[in-house]
Design a protein around this ligand. Structure first.
Ligand code: GTP
Ligand code: MG
Ligand code: ZN
Length: 359
């Protein structure tokens, strides 16, 4: 049996350290937009760097030093991206290499890859202490953040509307010992103080989560004014009303870039194999001990995962969630041709079962 030892970094995701240059001097206009040495290395001294703050149908709204313009639309750029603005030929402006990229498989039938945001340092995964709370959904967001190597922080809102937030905090903390959890009242005084470790000058933070959990409320709290619209959730089922409809970067006076996003109905993962493996590293470590390399961990002999479940060492529900996520990621990451052939063999199998049943 071959056991592969991985040299991955399993240290906790902590807030950025405070010893940045910005503490010593006033940040430049570009630094206030999130410009970092990582980007300057890719640009000549006379370049015009601009950052995408919003993607419109008719173009990219970008900001730079003394620049506030609309560039022609292009599919390869998303909010948070840095471009080197080409004044003569705006369509030829270059997209700079990203520090991070958050993407998902678009919902609906076209299933294309959708760029959500680039060059984000921290993802605030927002969820609330009510019916909306769901561990499987949190795991999706955390796997996405791990894959993108962006610091995830779980924010549990609406503690003021809940008799006992402790079980929610406990369940959220159990998702990963590498992810910090903050429980708060988004309408209260605490958000600005509690989120300050991540909202430092030059940092880019993004709020992600379902509709109605309080993403825009938290954005407004950081700005101490209403920069984003918010609306009450529906009384009948407690779901949000999809109030925010566009992804937009806002900049605090302190020089932190803050991205509000529309509530996601569904987060379909794609190409996050490493992120899922990081989050479920205990499962992966067991799976390599299964007798068969292609073990489905179902009823195969010598399955290390099923034995661990029998011994009570791993939670069968957690195993089921891992299995579902990994299968979904493989399916979404496969090419159309691969999927067609898989669908074909699936149809063939169904037909043969139906025929057998008829006999
Ligand atoms: N009491 C209380 N209400 C909250 C809290 N967080 C958000 N709300 C309320 O919940 C409702 C929805 O908040 P929003 O900030 O609009 O939610 P959102 O996540 O931006 O929703 P979308 O834009 O639809 O994705 C608003 O009425 C907020 O006032 C909280 O911590 N406590
Ligand atoms: Mg909103
Ligand atoms: Zn197995």
């Amino acid at each position: 049996m071959k056991v592969t030892t991985m040299t991955r970094d399993y240290s906790p995701f902590l807030p950025p350290s405070g010893s940045s240059d910005h503490t010593k001097r006033e940040p430049s206009a570009l630094e206030k937009l999130g410009w970092k040495p990582f980007f300057s290395q890719q640009a000549s001294i006379d370049a015009y760097p601009v950052r995408v703050i919003e993607v419109h149908r008719n173009g990219l709204h970008v900001l730079g030093e003394g620049l506030d313009i609309l560039l022609p639309p292009r599919p390869d750029a998303t909010v948070g991206d840095w471009l080197l603005y080409d004044e003569q030929h705006p369509t030829e402006s270059t997209v700079l290499q990203r520090r991070s990229l958050i993407e998902r498989r678009a919902p609906g039938s076209d299933r294309r890859r959708q760029l959500i945001a680039a060059n984000v340092d921290t993802i605030f995964i927002v969820t609330s202490c009510n019916k909306e709370f769901n561990v499987a959904r949190l795991e999706r967001y955390v796997a996405l953040a791990f894959e993108a190597q962006v610091t995830p922080v779980i924010l549990l809102t609406k503690v003021d509307l809940c008799d006992d937030p402790a079980p929610y905090v406990e369940a959220a903390s159990a998702v990963s010992n590498r992810v910090l959890v903050e429980a708060l009242n988004a309408l209260g005084e605490e958000p600005i103080e509690r989120l300050s470790p991540w909202c430092k000058p030059g940092q880019t933070v993004a709020f992600l989560g379902s509709s109605g959990v309080g993403k825009s409320t938290l954005v407004n709290a950081l700005f101490r004014e209403d920069v984003a619209d918010t609306a009450a959730i529906r009384e009948d089922d407690g779901k949000g009303r999809h109030t925010t409809t566009r992804r937009q970067l806002h900049f605090t006076s302190g020089g932190c870039a803050v991205l509000d996003t529309p509530g996601m109905r569904e987060l379909q993962l794609t190409d996050v194999e490493a992120g899922i493996a990081d989050l479920f590293s205990d499962m992966v470590a067991l799976a390599v001990q299964c007798r068969f390399r292609d073990c489905k961990h179902d009823s195969e002999p010598g399955c290390a995962i099923q034995s661990a479940i029998e011994r009570g060492e791993i939670d069968p529900l957690k195993f089921a969630r891992w299995n579902k996520l990994a299968t979904e990621d493989r399916y979404n990451s496969s090419t159309l041709a691969e999927r067609k052939s898989n669908d074909k063999s699936l149809r063939k199998m169904i037909r043969s079962v139906q025929q057998k049943n008829r006999k």
